[in-house]
Ligand binder design. Structure first.
Ligand SMILES: [Ca+2]
Length: 286
């Protein structure tokens, strides 16, 4: 029996081969295995890079079944409330640290009349226009919208907690307003609101791409209103277990500047349907 030795290129490595007289390749190569190992390493490293790249950036959006864009809000910590020297502050804004342990998504805009109709089947609002924020909805109406949308999509939609709302509104900032130095660039309010709502997303967004967190319609939150915040730092606070009114945030087209501050809070009977109050939704992440 004769045999021949030679080299060949296999993928990324060389193989040493021995061919016997009858033409059969009888010696597998170590380098072939090295090449396969290398490919595996490259694949795993690549997969890791893809997975790292999958974590959304703050403000990155998805669009749901009714065309609502929802921005990714990262977990984190921030001060909630206002410092004692903030212009226009009220006594119910004691500054305290809040941690939000889980990321979530929140509507880039207030819920529009078109989105309301798509979910609930009929239009709602004192003012009329598909791209206007829905208003004249009670707290329970807003909760019903969230529940119906959750059922339709098999996801969990709900009103933001007051802490989630302020954290998202601030988007990493600590001033009176988050979206612009001049409120008129960021909001429809008493000075420029002309006593009506305006199409959503017409003013400057904040750093996480959220529009009209200041003004246009004020926004229902899930919490009962408490006149005092907890004295200590809190994680994922949800407000008191009971109360006489619900928290409303952000001010509206009829609010003075001070009522549109990030830290400003309102206490409203949950049954009230007001043309100054609408809402935006949170979508929970798994
Ligand atoms: Ca608003």
């Amino acid at each position: 029996m004769t045999s021949e030795w030679g080299f060949s290129i296999l993928d990324f490595g060389f193989a040493i081969e021995r061919t016997t007289g009858d033409g059969q390749l009888t010696t597998a190569s170590l380098s072939f295995h090295v090449a396969r190992f290398t490919l595996c390493v490259l694949f795993i490293v690549g997969l890791g890079c893809v997975q790292a790249g999958d974590a959304p950036k703050p403000g990155e959006t998805v669009t749901n079944s009714v065309g609502m864009r929802l921005a990714y809000i990262p977990a984190g910590e921030a001060d909630m409330g206002s410092p004692g020297d903030e212009k226009g502050r009220e006594d119910d804004e004691a500054l305290h640290r809040v941690k939000l342990a889980k990321p979530f998504r929140i509507g880039v805009t207030e819920v529009t009349q078109a989105q309301w109709k798509a979910v609930m089947g009929q239009r709602r609002g004192e003012f009329e226009g598909d791209n206007l924020p829905v208003e004249s909805v009670s707290w329970k109406d807003a909760v019903a919208f969230c529940e119906k949308l959750s059922k339709t999509e098999g996801k969990t939609y709900r009103l933001p907690t007051e802490a989630e709302w302020e954290y998202a509104c601030r988007a990493g900032s600590a001033g009176r307003f988050s979206a612009a130095d001049k409120l008129t660039d960021a909001a429809w309010y008493d000075d420029n609101g002309e006593e009506k709502t305006h199409p959503v997303a017409a003013k400057k967004p904040n750093a996480w791409g959220l529009y009209d967190m200041h003004g246009n319609v004020a926004e229902w939150c899930g919490d009962y209103y408490a006149p005092k915040y907890p004295a200590q730092a809190a994680t994922d606070p949800t407000g008191p277990a009971e109360g006489t009114g619900r928290v409303v945030r952000g001010g509206s087209w009829s609010s003075f500047e001070r009522g549109c501050r990030c830290a400003s809070r309102s206490n409203v009977n949950q049954a009230h349907q007001m043309k100054t109050i609408g809402f935006r939704v949170v979508m929970e992440l798994p």
